[in-house]
Design a protein around this ligand. Structure first.
Ligand code: FE2
Length: 128
């Protein structure tokens, strides 16, 4: 059973962005599997950094799309992406210093990703 299930209702209607969202969910599930398998922290960190790097690239692609289609809330959405990146680095810091468990990290990442898709990314759908 996957830690995060991708639901068709999360799709915004752009195949590139939707595939990237699916890949982020897959990376999160891969991270969960590593945690379940009690992998050493350095291996957890490697997947975590891969996920963050992928998210950064994805945010840029999403912003490019919003620009192309003239999405009216682009600036707000851009700021949200900046906030998300600051948030994930702050949580990583907490995790690195032993102030958050691996499961807390996973729950944080799940909410971090899925809430953004639901609250912000889905607004793009009606402009496509
Ligand atoms: Fe977004």
């Amino acid at each position: 059973m996957s830690f995060v299930l991708w639901k068709p209702c999360y799709c915004i209607g752009d195949s590139k962005i939707d595939n990237q969202h699916r890949s982020l969910v897959s990376l999160l599930n891969f991270l969960y599997d590593r945690v379940q398998a009690a992998c050493p922290k350095r291996l957890i960190d490697r997947v975590l950094m891969e996920l963050v790097r992928y998210a950064e690239e994805h945010f840029q692609d999403e912003e490019d799309l919003m620009e192309r289609i003239g999405f009216p809330e682009l600036e707000h959405h851009r700021r949200e992406h900046e906030r998300l990146l600051m948030e994930v680095f702050a949580f990583k810091e907490k995790f690195d210093h032993g102030f958050a468990t691996k499961m807390e990290l996973l729950h944080f990442l799940r909410d971090w990703l899925i809430n953004h898709v639901i609250d912000e990314d889905l607004k793009i759908r009606r402009y496509l």
